[in-house]
Write a protein that binds this ligand. Structure first.
Ligand code: HEM
Length: 105
């Protein structure tokens, strides 16, 4: 699980997801942090197709760690939460890729 991710990245991912969980009703508070992540992603050439793989790995990790405590409702809520934050990042990254194309054209 999480092949291809470095330990520092597990921590960043976990920290971001938990910050997101705490601020879920105030998503605007996370926008500057998400914009900074989007910039790092674009520097690493992260692509939309990679998001579902990372999302699956996150859900598997939650299920592995919590075992029976991971109820369907709980896991589904995390699935939704991941999709929501992933969509924000994807949109920000697409804007950044577009502006890169404009600069390079
Ligand atoms: C909702 C989903 C995701 C979240 C919350 C997330 C979060 C983060 C965070 C917090 C960082 C560190 C940024 C920094 O150093 O300032 C990061 C970097 C990075 N992420 Fe993601 N990420 C997500 C999805 C992905 C996906 C789908 C990939 C594709 C494999 C990916 C690959 C990377 C890479 C390559 C880096 C740069 C690592 C480095 O050079 O240190 N991430 N991400």
């Amino acid at each position: 699980m999480f092949e291809g991710l470095y330990p520092k990245q597990y921590m960043h991912l976990a920290e971001t997801i938990s910050a997101y969980a705490v601020n879920i009703h105030m998503i605007d508070r996370l926008k500057p942090a998400l914009q900074a992540i989007a910039v790092e992603h674009v520097k690493s050439n992260v692509q939309v197709v990679q998001y579902p793989k990372i999302g699956m790995a996150l859900i598997e990790a939650i299920e592995d760690i919590l075992g029976d405590k991971a109820t369907t409702e709980f896991v589904d809520a995390w699935r939704e939460a991941y999709k929501f934050v992933a969509n924000i990042l994807i949109e920000m990254e697409q804007e950044l890729y577009k502006s890169q194309e404009l600069i390079n054209s």
